[in-house]
Write a protein that binds this ligand. Structure first.
Ligand SMILES: Cc1cc2nc3c(=O)[nH]c(=O)nc-3n(C[C@H](O)[C@H](O)[C@H](O)COP(=O)(O)OP(=O)(O)OC[C@H]3O[C@@H](n4cnc5c(N)ncnc54)[C@H](O)[C@@H]3O)c2cc1C
Length: 368
């Protein structure tokens, strides 16, 4: 019998399984399709810097995760030989319209409250940071530079986690859909799947945007819902800019090899992962207006992913109330990649009977 069964092989489930296996536990991950091909693959891998003295547990997780990522990148590289592309490239938050100026003012106020380090930019200092965007600098009406913003290359990170799991002896069962978690009293007895029943002493639910139904089966009503995000991947012959450029909810993430990710939308479209021509046109115009060289770049790929959103913006993490051996970690919305190492540490500690290091009470699964 497994010590732990993790349902869902995204960044949350694979990280969780890897660290449990490193504790010497016998772990299996089941995913109904290929591991790591849902939201975790679809995301942009942007890690906004945390504040200097975070108060809320959610911000404490962000601060912890921001510190852990470079260490995880190094360890994963050593174990698997895969460089996940972790890079402290810095970010620029900018505004070109009256609406965006107002929204950026609000963002700055939040950064001030949370003591997040940033420097104001004017067109000249913007052009110093991004010399190839000289012509755009004049159109920017307000901008700040966040030196602590970082990025990761999601597909590489997932591949590294997958390999690290294999290396640690995790059983990785792709193409296995969980239908139901059967229970008796306070205990989950068996997990019913498309490949038959699986037993485990402890069960971890990490099914991303699909977690709600699994929790409903345990009579827990959660507010986890899919929020679609559409993306465009451009390929430039050589890199044109080096900082992540953020304007409102949209961004351009430059990879050092000339790829540029343009994102994203926030749409309530159920579990529909299709791109829409309107959203792609809109993203393309945004991208070209900010980096005119993208007009000549090749569109390598477009896709959409389903973020695991929640009604109050907080994740669902901890022991599932009413059950001694069922745990959940889902609903990390726009920050799942970023938060994953800290979330993993907390969940592994909890499953191993230790203090999670962060107060998990704001994230409890039965809050509706
Ligand atoms: C467009 C976009 C941009 C994003 N940008 C960022 C960003 O810049 N920074 C950041 O930190 N985060 C970002 N995110 C959010 C981040 O990707 C998610 O928060 C994170 O990937 C969630 O990970 P997960 O493992 O919970 O979910 P997923 O990666 O969706 O994994 C869940 C897995 O569970 C499996 N599953 C579901 N139901 C079952 C079942 N019944 N049985 C078996 N398996 C099941 C699925 O097949 C899937 O593989 C972005 C997301 C999107 C879509």
């Amino acid at each position: 019998m497994n010590d732990c069964l993790i349902i869902g092989g995204g960044v949350i489930g694979l990280s969780w399984a890897w660290k449990l296996a490193q504790r010497g536990l016998k772990v299996e991950v089941v995913d109904r399709s290929e591991m790591g091909r849902e939201a975790s693959w679809a995301g942009a891998g942007i890690f906004p810097p945390p504040g200097a003295a975070p108060q809320h547990p959610h911000e404490q997780l962000r601060a912890k995760a921001h510190k852990l990522h470079p260490q995880w990148a190094k360890t994963l590289h050593e174990i698997t030989g895969i460089d996940n592309g972790y890079l402290r490239c810095g970010g620029i938050y900018l505004a070109r319209t009256a609406g965006e100026i107002a929204s950026l003012a609000g963002v700055k106020q939040l950064f001030d409250e949370e003591k997040i380090e940033y420097q104001p930019l004017n067109p000249a200092t913007f052009a110093q940071l991004e010399p190839q965007l000289q012509s755009v600098a004049e159109t920017i009406r307000s901008a700040i530079h966040l030196p602590g913003e970082a990025q990761i290359r999601n597909p590489r990170h997932l591949k590294a986690l997958f390999n690290a799991c294999q290396h640690s002896g995790v059983k990785l069962s792709a193409g296995v859909q969980v239908h139901r978690i059967a229970t008796k009293g306070r205990k989950a007895t068996v997990v019913q799947t498309s490949a038959g029943d699986i037993e485990a002493a402890q069960i971890g639910i990490a099914a991303g945007a699909w977690t709600r139904d699994l929790l409903l089966g345990l009579k827990i009503e959660s507010g986890i819902m899919p929020v679609r995000g559409q993306m465009i991947l451009f390929r430039c012959a050589t890199p044109v800019f080096s900082h992540i450029l953020n304007e409102g909810p949209r961004y351009l993430t430059p990879r050092p090899d000339g790829l540029v990710l343009a994102g994203s939308t926030e749409e309530e479209a159920g579990f529909d992962k299709r791109n829409t021509p309107e959203a792609l046109d809109d993203l393309k115009s945004f991208a070209i207006s900010l980096v005119p060289a993208l007009a000549a770049a090749t569109v390598e790929k477009t896709w959409a992913g389903l973020r695991p959103g929640s009604f109050d913006g907080l994740p669902y993490m901890g022991r599932v109330s009413g059950y001694d051996n069922v745990f959940v970690s889902a609903g990390h919305y726009r920050s799942g990649l970023h938060l994953s190492p800290a979330v993993t540490e907390a969940m592994v500690a909890l499953m191993c009977g230790e203090q999670p290091g962060v107060d998990l009470s704001p994230f409890h699964a039965a809050r509706g």
